[in-house]
Design a protein around this ligand. Structure first.
Ligand code: GLN
Length: 485
């Protein structure tokens, strides 16, 4: 079997542009890899094999186009990004047969840059979860140990990239769903600043929190993909009209002199698994050897982040998901005899337990008697959380900490939803504050032998600082091997 699948996106894009590898060869390498690994992994809900090959043939016939940075590169999308003519399920029975009539803006941008879309990745239903076990269809295995979860909610995107089924994937992150699976699968995952990437065509979970971002096998690859998808979009009024910098320009720095890294004590103490702490501390020590200065910072409201996030996210979800009523989109209970019964039974049968739990809680916290006590209060705490970050960033350029208190856990281990919510403790504050963050693999845990991710958090619209520092650290750590599958 061709070993092309082991290449990074940057290498592959170079080979494709120079004509050394054809688009058909690139697509075939990925499809072969999918065929070999998918029975064990189950990362993909849809594989667009034939369409991708046809597109690749047409592109090869015209020859490489150097003006398109991702020309011929096979990529995968989380299955909540709309794709014209291709089923988009959100991991839900209610959208099992939903075929959108338009592409998400991020998808259009990838296609314009020459990427070839080969699959749609499994996910927790409507992006609600941290393990991909909430998918209505099947669970996905972690490529490092298929008995363990790949993280979530973009677990299919994480697994497909880590296993070499494609060269990059897009995920979405509402409370950690890019960073957590990146950490669990040993890849790079970047959640951009809120407003950096258009959400047009992203089927909404928590509209004030959701962002689309790249999941890749290297920092450089993440920079390439972000470069393509970032920017203002008239179709999304929350996308911000701030110039897109050259994300590749800051890569390749020799050391980290002049960089100050803040270490929040709340992220480095109690509750952190010793193997995660050890791997993350070793990475921080490496940054110090490279010339970075570290300072303690305070994110004092971390303890309140989970409560705040779950009130806001569920409130927004209950409103966003009201559009799935059995009339306009997706599944309808055809046996229902009258209208109200049709709404209720379609939603009861179409949504899974976790989604229904969140709709109920979200509706409750928005109800007139409780709005002030819950939603309004959470909105205030959210503001204070952002102020904590702003204060911390007066002392440092970036904040670093673990992505998750543990490495990937065994499937079925977190059946209690509250236990699952606790996995998000280090990732959700960033979404509430709207800031950019990423997960960088820094090694394997010494007890579990599973990947550990270090999280970087940055100032708004300063993704390039994060990429530049992470790229330097990545080149100075032992290279991460690909998992044997
Ligand atoms: N685990 C969090 C949740 O279930 C975050 C999910 C996400 O980022 N989409 O809401």
């Amino acid at each position: 079997m061709s070993e092309l699948y082991t290449k990074s996106l940057a290498e592959m894009a170079g080979l494709l542009r120079s004509g050394e590898v054809s688009a058909v060869e690139a697509v075939r390498a990925c499809l072969d890899r999918i065929e070999a690994t998918e029975p064990k992994l189950r990362a993909l809900i849809t594989v667009m094999g034939e369409e991708a090959l046809k597109q690749a043939e047409a592109m090869d016939a015209r020859g490489p186009d150097a003006s398109r940075p991702l020309w011929g590169v096979p990529m995968v999308l989380k299955d909540l990004l709309t794709t014209k003519g291709v089923k988009t399920t959100c991991g839900s029975k209610i959208l099992e047969d939903f075929v959108p009539f338009f592409d998400a803006t991020a998808v259009v941008k990838l296609q314009e840059a020459g990427a070839i879309l080969i699959g749609k990745a499994n996910m927790d239903e409507f992006a609600m979860g941290s393990s991909t076990e909430n998918s209505a269809f099947f669970s996905t295995g972690n490529p490092w140990d298929v008995e363990r979860v790949p993280g979530g909610s973009s677990g299919g995107s994480g697994a497909t990239v880590a296993a070499g089924q494609c060269f990059a994937a897009l995920g979405t992150d509402t409370g950690g769903s890019i960073r957590l699976p990146a950490s669990f699968c040993g890849i790079v995952g970047l959640k951009p600043t809120y407003g950096r990437v258009s959400r047009f065509g992203l089927i909404a979970y928590g509209s004030s929190l959701d962002q689309i971002g790249p999941m890749t096998r290297s920092v450089e690859d993440a920079a390439h993909v972000l470069q393509v998808i970032a920017g203002h979009d008239p179709k999304d009024s929350t996308s911000v009209d701030v110039p897109v910098p050259d994300y590749l320009a800051g890569l390749g720095r020799e050391d980290l002199s002049g960089v100050t890294i803040g270490l929040p004590e709340e992220y480095w103490g109690e509750g952190l698994d010793p193997e995660v702490e050890a791997a993350c501390r070793a990475a921080v020590a490496r940054m110090e050897e490279l010339g970075a200065k570290t300072v303690p910072v305070k994110l004092a409201l971390t303890d309140y982040a989970i409560a705040t996030y779950y009130i806001i996210a569920m409130a927004e979800a209950s409103s966003n998901l009201s559009r799935f009523d059995g009339v306009r989109f997706g599944y309808r209970n055809k046996e229902a005899e009258e209208l109200i019964d049709m709404y209720t039974s379609s939603r009861t049968q179409g949504f899974g337990d976790e989604v229904q739990r969140r709709i109920i809680i979200g509706t409750y916290v928005l109800s007139s008697g409780y709005y002030d006590a819950y939603y309004n209060k959470a909105a205030k705490v959210r503001r204070l959380l952002r102020e904590d970050f702003d204060k911390a960033f007066t002392k440092c350029d970036l904040i670093a900490g673990p992505v998750c208190p543990t490495t990937a856990f065994k499937a079925g281990d977190k059946a209690d939803p509250l236990q699952m919510y606790l996995m998000d403790i280090f990732t959700i504050s960033l979404n509430l504050a709207g800031l950019p963050g990423m997960s960088l693999p820094v090694g394997l845990g010494k007890d579990s032998s599973m990947p550990v991710g270090l999280q970087f958090m940055g100032r708004p619209f300063e993704e390039e600082t994060m990429l530049s520092v992470a790229d330097c650290l990545e080149r100075n750590l032992d290279p991460m091997a690909m998992p044997e599958l």
